[in-house]
Design a protein. Structure first.
Length: 709
């Protein structure tokens, strides 16, 4: 494995450990580790956008030399470095201990996207953050897991909003060497390249690696010289809009990814497919077994009983379906190696309700995986209904699709100041055991004004960051004043602030709150108790309806009748997600039920004392308890439900949220509001944490699947 020699050569010997820490994403969820970079020079840290590798490469050597002489600095450095080394070396899994020898067994986790940190833009939205949070929690719990995905050299696009409010997509090329990504080297000392088997014309991937704490994540890059130009761009972007290129992406992910693990000698006792995109990995596992002498049926049985498939979307367009002629083109030399013929092979991906539509990746994965799950209780009900035709002999409630409700990685999403506050009032080491609900009862010990002051400070930090961005846009980009206003220049920290930030997929209905524009204006313009709303999110480049909703929202922000109290933040990503979920007062969520499989941004907010105002869909059906936020939309409504849902939101705002927020007790403290904040934290944080989720995957699936290895 190559260490970033060019960057770390200049480290003084006393501080060599900084290179070790910067090269492992562990720093991204340990505030103390980030602090030892920030302490060297705040400005370079800020300019690197909180990326230690970039920072170390930009930092003048004198500053490193002087840090190496500073005893206070060295003390902190030593604490962090020893903690890092101890944790990374600790290999054994506390939960899987009895049945797993990590040297022998390993779980291979495949996902098309990973949301890890904004310096590594390999995500489009929730699915990616789920995968990123999942592997971080696996690292914390020492689960013997290896993750596989794509190196997207052009990442997800940069979003710019034109003067007319239309989203433009600007490609940006990632500097692969300026982040915590390392080249995997082959025996010849060159970067390892692997040929994707049985696919013509030949296709190669270069292999990269990110160390995510104890979990290695291998990334495949098709942008190498040996590939022809069309092949080179396979990994350029997430989710190609071109169907054939999309198929080729999924071939590389599933089949290429398996070959990479094989080449590296990594065992794959269990295969875990995060969504249908990597499902071709199943074929490689079967092919291995057939080559070893098993019949197709025997091989399938073995593969099935050791495969976990997690489905994430109830939106039909979210399931990839490939035309048969393309499947034939790419797999005609493949199916004989499985012991199958043309018809039997294509049947693996047929949806019984629509057999002529093509090869459906979700139908395929559901058929071939012994452990299938949805990502919330509600989503499991919807998924069983959607896919019942695959199990025609079973009643709907017996369809073998279980669920594990998603969770978020608490050490990553908790704001460091809140973490300090919790350190003071919860048990010491609460973070090591944070899926234990009893620990969170102690939240009541925090004095109301301390919690409120911390929150208010975070709101100011958010609004400052937004204004600073607006100022830069104004100064550097020569945009009109109205674009600057739209960016949030008039936001006011004393005003009740609602956050709405996620992908601009149409079913998420970002424009719902504009349904009755007069009623909204009254809320925004109330002289004594106004509200303000901050929007952010990207529409998929091929999603014009999504872009139209974005345009509508964006243009509303510029209407003087909205009083500058609505803002749209450009280019939403992990960094602003952090500011938003820490700093707004209420998190709004109003997708069209039952389209939200789970949703996770509301969990991130709830954990930070930002209560959820949400339609009852996804995780909120399990999360809402009457005291920890607000819910609406339980009734089944035929046809267009926008009106009733919008009215429900206005009613909740007018009758509950606004009066509670603006009520201040005689001693000057917002007691009622802080009570909801506390309830939000203690009821949601343990239950919707990623370590609760990983433990559930272990108990429900991994433990059983390992018995079949
Ligand atoms: C958590 C997160 C998401 C997912 O949000 P949902 O509410 O689940 O749609 C999307 N984007 C970013 C940047 C996130 O951090």
């Amino acid at each position: 494995m190559e260490i970033k020699k060019n960057i770390f050569r200049k480290l003084p010997p006393r501080l060599e450990g900084l290179g070790e820490i910067a090269a492992n994403l562990w720093w991204s969820w340990h505030p103390a580790a980030r602090m030892i970079f920030k302490m060297i020079d705040r400005q370079t840290w800020k300019e690197s956008r909180h990326n230690p590798v970039k920072m170390l490469s930009d930092l003048p050597s004198e500053l490193l030399e002087s840090a190496a002489e500073d005893t206070d600095y060295l003390r902190r450095y030593n604490v962090v470095l020893s903690k890092f080394r101890k944790e990374i070396k600790e290999k054994e899994c506390r939960i899987l201990n009895d049945i797993v020898d990590p040297e022998i067994h390993s779980i291979a986790y495949f996902s098309a996207e990973y949301g890890l940190h904004h310096s590594i833009p390999f995500y489009a939205g929730g699915l990616g953050f789920l995968a990123g949070d999942f592997i971080k929690a696996c690292s914390d719990l020492s689960v013997p897991l290896t993750a596989v995905g794509f190196m997207y050299p052009e990442g997800y696009f940069l979003q710019r909003i034109r003067e007319d409010g239309w989203q433009e997509n600007i490609d940006q090329i990632l500097d692969r060497d300026a982040s915590s990504i390392i080249r995997v080297l082959g025996d010849d000392g060159q970067q390892l390249t692997v040929k994707v088997p049985l696919i013509e014309p030949p296709l190669y991937v270069a292999v990269w690696k990110i160390d995510v704490g104890r979990v290695p994540l291998y990334l495949m890059d098709t942008d190498i010289e040996i590939n022809d130009p069309w092949n080179r761009t396979i990994s350029a972007h997430l989710y190609s809009g071109d169907i054939e290129q999309r198929l080729r992406q999924e071939i590389v992910l599933g089949i290429g990814g398996s070959e990479v693990l094989e080449t590296l000698g990594i065992k794959r006792s269990i295969l875990h497919l995060n969504e249908g995109h990597p499902a071709f990995a199943l074929l490689e596992r079967i092919r291995d077994q057939v080559q070893a002498g098993k019949t197709y049926e025997e091989a399938l049985q073995q593969v099935k009983t050791t495969t976990v498939f997690t489905t994430h979307t109830p939106v039909p367009a979210g399931h990839d379906v490939f035309p048969f002629h393309l499947m034939e083109k790419y797999f005609n030399s493949y199916w004989p190696a499985l012991g199958l013929d043309h018809d039997r092979f294509l049947k693996l991906g047929i949806h019984p309700n629509d057999p002529n539509a093509g090869f459906n990746m979700t139908a395929f994965a559901l058929r071939m995986s012994g452990y299938c799950n949805a990502v919330s209780k509600r989503h499991a009900e919807v998924t069983r209904q959607m896919w019942q035709s695959l199990w025609p002999d079973l009643p709907q409630d017996k369809v073998p699709i279980d669920y594990v409700t998603n969770g978020v990685h608490v050490p990553k999403w908790i704001e460091p100041r809140l973490e300090l506050l919790f350190n003071k009032y919860l048990y010491p080491n609460w973070l090591d055991d944070h899926d234990n609900p009893f620990i969170w009862e102690m939240i009541d010990e925090i004095p109301d004004d301390e919690l409120w002051k911390t929150h208010y400070w975070l709101k100011i930090k958010l609004i400052d960051a937004i204004r600073e961005r607006s100022r830069q846009r104004w100064t550097n980009n020569q945009v009109s004043a109205s674009i600057v206003l739209a960016g949030g220049a008039l936001l006011d920290p004393s005003v009740l602030t609602i956050g709405f930030a996620r992908r601009f997929a149409t079913y998420k209905r970002a424009d719902l709150i504009f349904y009755d524009i007069e009623r909204l204006k009254r809320l925004l313009n109330d002289r004594w108790r106004p509200i303000q709303i901050i929007f952010a999110g990207k529409a998929h480049p091929a999603d014009d309806p999504g872009k139209r909703i974005l345009q509508k929202v964006f243009n509303a922000t510029r209407d003087p009748a909205m009083a500058g109290r609505i803002a749209f933040l450009e280019n939403y990503g992990e960094q602003f997600a952090q500011y938003m979920v820490h700093g707004v007062d209420v998190w709004l969520n109003n997708p069209l039920p039952p389209m939200e499989a789970c949703g996770t941004s509301g969990m991130k907010a709830a954990l930070n004392g930002v209560p959820h105002l949400s339609i009852l869909d996804g995780w909120w059906c399990e999360g809402f308890n009457g005291k920890n936020g607000w819910a609406f939309g339980l009734e089944e409504i035929e046809g267009n439900r926008n009106q009733s849902d919008a009215e429900a939101i206005y009613n909740i705002l007018e009758n509950e949220v606004i009066p509670k927020y603006y009520k201040v007790s005689a001693d000057g403290i917002r007691r009622d509001w802080v009570r909801i904040m506390k309830e939000s934290i203690k009821s949601n944080a343990p239950k919707f944490s990623a370590i609760r989720m990983v433990r559930e995957y272990i108990k429900k699936f991994y433990v059983n699947a390992l018995k079949n290895v």
